[in-house]
Write a protein that binds this ligand. Structure first.
Ligand code: NAG
Ligand code: NAG
Ligand code: NAG
Ligand code: NAG
Length: 303
């Protein structure tokens, strides 16, 4: 028998464990932290009683159950960066071409689906991405986690990009395109759980946003275009083939929803995905006009 080159080792045991509790269907996950070149930046924990650092680069959201955004909100700004999302003054400095390691709090094995990433430039503000209007941000897709459906050798739903994420300690690596123009950007990272997607309104989107300050990369080409970005309210429709889909049937292809990955994007393939550990705390920056100020105790609280 032909063994596919990419095998996941743990899923059978995990699947057996999860089927013992078939009523456990809500994912409840959030961004634990991100790592850039070994530097640690905290995420946002929406659960009650959790403290969140004022220097976090992650947007806040009002989903105390760490739950999802559904198709009922696809035409609203709620789909941009999660429910009642609000930006933050801090931005993580990153070079064009560098990898960003997105660490989720966890992800259930029985929530198969794609992992998507987008960038939106924050133009025309004096504070980078702090005062942007999320309903006006224009998103350019940089990763579709292709092939999002890997295989169904042992029957549907099979193995998905979400299982690659689980196998890497619930994390996904996103590469900032090396041709991206320097400046402030919001990175929108998203997992879509499809276990209920057979029914209209059943897909579950988990968008997470973080602010970046992109500096010039090794290439310095400035050729990655973000001028065709799409408003969040126009990314998805409740009957897109990748949103209204029965993943418990045999499928030959899966069409990842949303716009296509932009030319010049450099998605990190399944085999290059790795877990990561940090070696130091990162120092975020605040954006002041076209410059940045390193975050310190003194400058941090002041806006
Ligand atoms: C990445 O971290 C190393 C130290 O671990 C440092 O020498 C290097 O300059 C850093 N690169 C960037 C782009 O920040
Ligand atoms: C849609 O957004 C509203 C307003 O934030 C929220 O109360 C509701 O739970 C959301 N529903 C879904 C399915 O996303
Ligand atoms: C795995 O992820 C958790 C957060 O969910 C983190 O605390 C832990 O350090 C990670 N371990 C490794 C080896 O990456
Ligand atoms: C954000 O943009 C939307 C759509 O253009 C607009 O209706 C809304 O008033 C804006 N919000 C703010 C605070 O400017």
């Amino acid at each position: 028998m032909h063994i596919p080159p990419l095998r996941l080792s743990a899923p059978c045991a995990l699947l057996a464990a999860t089927t013992l509790f078939p009523s456990v269907v809500l994912a409840h996950s959030n961004l634990a932290f991100i790592i850039i070149n070994g530097s640690f930046y905290p995420g946002f924990d929406p659960r009650p009683g959790r403290s969140n650092s004022p220097s976090r680069i992650a947007w806040s959201s009002a989903n105390p159950d760490a739950g999802y955004v559904g198709p009922a909100n696809y035409s609203t700004p709620e789909i941009s960066c999660h429910l009642s999302a609000a930006s933050t003054p801090a931005h993580a400095p990153v070079r064009a071409g560098d990898n960003i390691h997105m660490q989720w709090n966890g992800w259930p094995y029985n929530h198969p689906g794609p992992i998507l990433s987008y960038l939106a430039p924050c133009d025309g503000t004096a504070d980078g991405c702090l005062s942007v209007n999320k309903s006006q941000l224009r998103w350019t897709k940089i990763d579709n986690s292709e092939p999002a459906l890997i295989q169904q050798d042992e029957g549907p739903p099979g193995q998905w990009a979400s299982h690659i994420m689980i196998n890497n300690n619930n994390s996904w690596t996103v590469r900032v395109p090396s041709g991206l123009k320097p400046g402030p950007y919001v990175l929108r990272h998203e997992a879509i759980a499809l276990h209920f997607a057979k029914d209209k309104g059943g897909a579950q989107n988990y968008p997470l946003c973080v602010n970046l300050w992109v500096t010039e990369g090794r290439m310095g080409l400035e050729e990655f275009r973000t001028d065709k970005g799409v408003l969040a309210q126009e990314l998805y429709k409740s009957d897109d083939p990748g949103i209204l889909v029965d993943v418990f049937r045999t499928m030959t292809t899966y069409v990842v929803p949303g716009p296509s990955v932009a030319p010049g994007a450099e998605p990190v393939g399944h085999r290059e995905q790795r877990k990561s550990t940090s070696v130091r705390n990162g120092t975020p920056v605040r954006v002041v006009g076209t410059k940045t100020v390193a975050w310190t105790q003194e400058t941090g609280g002041v806006r």
